[in-house]
Structures are given as structure tokens and as C-alpha cells.
Design a protein around this ligand. Structure first.
Ligand SMILES: [Zn+2]
Length: 448
């Protein structure tokens, strides 16, 4: 379907999300995966695939700063629990029961959902075992992604199958880098992913910091999510999470943390001019009873770059970034008072700001010539999204657009969602295989 070298999206309203926040009428041309023309009338090259977008909005593909594809098939299987019980009673035993095929089909389920809801780039924390299957699903699904195996070697309530030997965990993280870094023409990247302080020994953290330094890789982990996590760290180690990261040099890496719900201004002293990416996951933070992060504070400090993500399916229970943006915006109207965080601010988290947060600002996040052809076309010309000029397009997108408005999604100029399906994937298999794999997995897991 998308073998064409050229993709022309014709006649839409282009919300560029570039530094000048330009909104342009006209066409977008992607050639050989790269944006080559934006705005105005563009003559389609011979053989170009054409998507008519009159009356529609063309946006950069959304960037999800924090997901777990390996948990996608666990949606609904860990309800009614706060973070630590959610992990110990459900998520860890379920993850421990994964095999290669179940990881692949869980990940494919997640990739399919991401594509159908406008996400074109993800930052994934993987699993302790079978992480190759996550990369295979990202490869086959056509998504852009950074991923890495989840590092765990200790911890209260960690199943034996997930507590790896420290050296084995580090060696496999390096092997994944060797196999996957830069794969698919640069569409796939790798990172080093210690799960969080309570599941990793000091030696594992030191090794992870060393790998980031030696391989020039980012680190992706969880930090300051639920208050009980801080208490457990303090009871076990006699220090705070921030103190622990500072002591072990974690803040000296190119660090991307999910949550940061409990980051406050006094933590800036510890960070002392260093830089930290926060991925805001508001639905997961509500569902696990963790709290509501202060977006105005995080966005206002130079220390932080801020992105947004859905986290995994069993703590949300969706991987739909349009829904996440709406929730993020609504929560901040309440927390900060209306107007302090705008719809455009929130859309930035999912586009230009989210790309910068992942170090991908030269590649994706805005529609500018020279960047990759990652696009979303939204159809807002329906009664449920009514709001012609002078209503702000940003308000329409963030507050009213839902997943059914996603008309077309392309990654590297390849159409990965159109007319309600994935033209490059086997939709029947995406419906059937995850359910089959989950049934077998639940037999292996024997949850109490
Ligand atoms: Zn997470």
C-alpha cells in the first residue's frame, strides 16, 4: 500500500508545532521518508500516494515519553491497587510469565493502539526477558521507538524469574544495543532501563550508569511516582530517591524519568544545574493513587524537559495520547487555576516538547522541512468537534478530538493507519493472537 516514495497530504490545515507555532494552509509532501515541502500548493511527484485532507488538521505525529508495550495485554488485570501492590500482586507475576510470543503479541497490540490513536514515536521500558520481541514488534509495526530491557536484580516481592544476576542483566542490555541501535534506518533506538530504585542493587545502578556513559545512551526509569515508594526507599536504604540517584551518578546520565509526581522546588538543589527529562503520566498517576504532578512548575524550570505518556495499559487503561492530553489539560486547570497551562502547552508535550525530551528534536516533533515524515491527520469537521474560527485549533485538538478523529497516521512517510485500519498489518491477527497468548500466559502465571 505504501510502497510509494512520495506521500502528499493535500489541502489540510497544517499545525506545524515549530518554534513560531505557524499554522499554514496547504499541502505536506514527504519523499523518501523526509518532509520536503510544507504549506501552499505542491505538485505531486509521479507515483505519489495522495491523502486528501481538505477540512482536516495535519499535525506532527505524537511522541509518547513513557509506555510499556510488554504490558499491553494486561489491561484490566490489575485493578484497584496502588503502585506497590499493583506491581507485587499482579504486574510482576504477569511479566514473569511472559514468553517470546506473548511479548511479541502484547507489544504488537500496543503498537497497533499507538498508531490508531496518533502516536508515531514511543519511549518504552521493556521486560526483564524476551526484550527482543518488543523490538521486533516495533520493527514490524512501523512505529518509531526507543526501548530497552527492564533491569531488575533485587527487591521485596520480586518473583525469582525477574531478579536476574546483575552481570547477566547488564550484558543483555549491551547485547540489545548491539542488535537494535539505529535499526530500520534509524527508526529504532535503545536505552538503559533500570526499573526503579526498589528493584535494582547499587551494583546494577552503577553498571547501568557505566553503560550509558560507554555506549552514549540515555537512561529511562521511574522516579518519585507514589509516596509509599519514597517511604520504602527510605526504610530500606536510609536515604531519599533523589539522594540515591545523586550519590550513584544517575543524574549525570542523559536521564528520562517517568512520573516525577513528587518533584518540588527544593529538589532543584540536588540537581544543581543538571538536566532531567520528566515524562508526565497523569492517568496512571490517578489510577494508582499516586498524585497529580505540578506541570506549571516542571515546565517553568530550565532544569526540566517535559513530555507526556500513557504508561502501560494496566494502569491507565488506555494508550491513547489524545485522551491523555485532555486529562492532563483538565487536571492542570484544577490544580493551577484555569488558563495557567494552555491547550497548546499540553499539545507541545506530545509533539515538539516531547521530542526534545527524548533528544529527537532534530528528527520529529514538528512539521519542518528536513525532519522525518511522521504525521497525524485529524478530522475535526464533525458535530462532536464543532468549533470553527475563531475557536482555537489547539483547544479543539486537546479538549475535543478523540481517537475516532484520527484519519491517517504516517511514520517515515509510510501510512500506518488509514480508514480505520493498519494497511501494512494483519488486523485479524492483532485481534486474535494477543487473546490466545494471554490465555496461555495466565495458565503459566497461576495468579492467586
Ligand atoms: Zn512505567
Amino acid at each position: 500500500v505504501s510502497g510509494s516514495r512520495h506521500l502528499l497530504v493535500r489541502g489540510g490545515t497544517i499545525v506545524t508545532m515549530d518554534a513560531g507555532h505557524r499554522v499554514l494552509p496547504g499541502d505536506v509532501l514527504v519523499s523518501d521518508g523526509e518532509l520536503v515541502a510544507i504549506g501552499g500548493d505542491v505538485q505531486p511527484p509521479p507515483g505519489a500516494e495522495i491523502v486528501e485532507a481538505a477540512g482536516m488538521v495535519v499535525l506532527p505525529g505524537f511522541v509518547q515519553g513513557h509506555v510499556h508495550l510488554g504490558q499491553a495485554m494486561f489491561r484490566g488485570l490489575a485493578e484497584g491497587r496502588e503502585l506497590m501492590d499493583w506491581l507485587r500482586e499482579r504486574i510482576w507475576p504477569l511479566e514473569a510469565a511472559h514468553d517470546h510470543d506473548s511479548v511479541y503479541w502484547s507489544s504488537m497490540l500496543g503498537v497497533a493502539e499507538c498508531l490508531s490513536t496518533g502516536t508515531t514515536t514511543i519511549n518504552d521500558i521493556g521486560l526483564v526477558h524476551h526484550a527482543d520481541a518488543i523490538f521486533e514488534a516495533i520493527r514490524d509495526g512501523g512505529l518509531r521507538g526507543i526501548a530497552g530491557k527492564c533491569l531488575m536484580d533485587v527487591g521485596v516481592g520480586v518473583p525469582p524469574g525477574l531478579a536476574e544476576r546483575t552481570d547477566d542483566a547488564l550484558a543483555e542490555a549491551r547485547a540489545l544495543y548491539d542488535r537494535w541501535e539505529g535499526a530500520e534506518g534509524g527508526r529504532i533506538g535503545t536505552s538503559i532501563c533500570p526499573r526503579f530504585i526498589l528493584s535494582c542493587s547499587e551494583r546494577l545502578w552503577e553498571g547501568a550508569v557505566g553503560l550509558c556513559r560507554d555506549l552514549d545512551l540515555p537512561m529511562h526509569t521511574h522516579l518519585l511516582e507514589h509516596p509509599r515508594e519514597e517511604k520504602e526507599v527510605f526504610d530500606a536504604l536510609g536515604e531519599s530517591q533523589m539522594g540515591f540517584f545523586d550519590r550513584l551518578g544517575v543524574f549525570d546520565t542523559d536521564l528520562r524519568v517517568a512520573h516525577g509526581v513528587w518533584l518540588e522546588s527544593h529538589h532543584l538543589d540536588v540537581l544543581d544545574g543538571r538536566h532531567l527529562t520528566i515524562c508526565h503520566c497523569p492517568a496512571a498517576n490517578l489510577k494508582l493513587g499516586s498524585g497529580i504532578a505540578d506541570l506549571a512548575f516542571l515546565r517553568g524550570e530550565e532544569t526540566f524537559d517535559v513530555g507526556i505518556g500513557t504508561d502501560g495499559a494496566p494502569c491507565n487503561n488506555s494508550m491513547d495520547l489524545l485522551a491523555e492530553m485532555r486529562l492532563a489539560a483538565l487536571l492542570q486547570q484544577y490544580k493551577q487555576g484555569p488558563g495557567r497551562v494552555s491547550a497548546r502547552d499540553v499539545l507541545e508535550l506530545a509533539t515538539s516538547g516531547g521530542a526534545r525530551a527524548l533528544g529527537l528534536e532534530d528528527t520529529v516533533g514538528s512539521l519542518e522541512v528536513g525532519k522525518r515524515g511522521d504525521l497525524v491527520v485529524l478530522d475535526l469537521e464533525r458535530p462532536c468537534t464543532f468549533g470553527p474560527s475563531p475557536v482555537s485549533l489547539y483547544d479543539r485538538i486537546v479538549y475535543t478530538a478523540a481517537r475516532d478523529a484520527v484519519h491517517m497516521v504516517a511514520v517515515d512517510g509510510r501510512i500506518c493507519w488509514r480508514d480505520g485500519t493498519w494497511p501494512h498489518l494483519d488486523a485479524e491477527a492483532i485481534r486474535r493472537r494477543p487473546a490466545e497468548e494471554l490465555e496461555r500466559l495466565l495458565e503459566r502465571a497461576r495468579l492467586s
